[in-house]
Write a protein that binds this ligand. Structure first.
Ligand code: ZN
Length: 197
């Protein structure tokens, strides 16, 4: 049986996961949430309201496109984690993330408390580097990383942290799980009807 539970329900999310999911979930989801990174001003607003360190400096329309590209690349990896094997998409995402890592570099600062990844640049570039840094943290432990997923409902694809015991969660919410099981039921019914006709 596949358990599904909402990401908000219970327990702390491991380091980096919260920021990563916040960023990935700025996408519009039909009937659920609106696009947060619409234009320069809404992107600036979102970054200022988020937990991502951001100095409030100028955001351009070009920055918005870059932020959305980074978001798509991260989402592609999260889709892979739930078995959505869109290989071309995942390969393009990996290439994009490799390029983004060079454009928005981080400095690893070692202290007694551990290592923190600090953006080298200011402004939007620094904020995007922080998102990449959150991805680095979230993916450092493979047991954590495989639980950072996109909802398997194609109408949703919301990023969520799978808290199921067997890492078998595929949906962000009970509502998405029931939508999909209803869909599967209907298509089985249709198939049966086609066979008996
Ligand atoms: Zn969902």
């Amino acid at each position: 049986m596949t358990e599904s539970r909402d990401v908000e329900n219970g327990g702390d999310t491991p380091a980096g996961v919260g920021v990563l999911l916040d960023f990935v979930n700025t996408r519009a989801i039909e009937g659920n949430c609106e696009e947060q990174l619409v234009d320069a001003s809404s992107t600036r607003q979102w970054l200022s309201d988020s937990v991502i360190p951001f100095d409030g400096s100028l955001v351009t329309e070009a920055d918005v496109l870059v932020a959305r590209e980074l978001r798509s690349a991260l989402l592609a990896i999260l889709k892979e984690h739930v078995g959505l094997d869109e290989r071309d998409e995942a390969e393009a995402a990996t290439a994009y993330l490799s390029r983004a890592a060079r454009l928005y570099p981080l400095a690893a600062v070692i202290s007694r408390a551990g290592t923190v990844l600090e953006p080298i640049q200011d402004g939007v570039a620094g904020a995007l580097a922080s998102v990449i840094g959150a991805g680095v943290q979230a993916s450092a432990d493979p047991r954590v990383w495989q639980r950072v997923k996109a909802c398997k409902n194609p109408k949703c694809y919301k990023g969520f942290y799978d808290r199921t015991k067997n890492t078998g969660g595929a949906y962000c919410s009970a509502s998405c799980a029931s939508q999909m099981s209803m869909r599967a039921y209907r298509s089985r019914k249709a198939e049966q009807a086609a066979h008996s006709a």
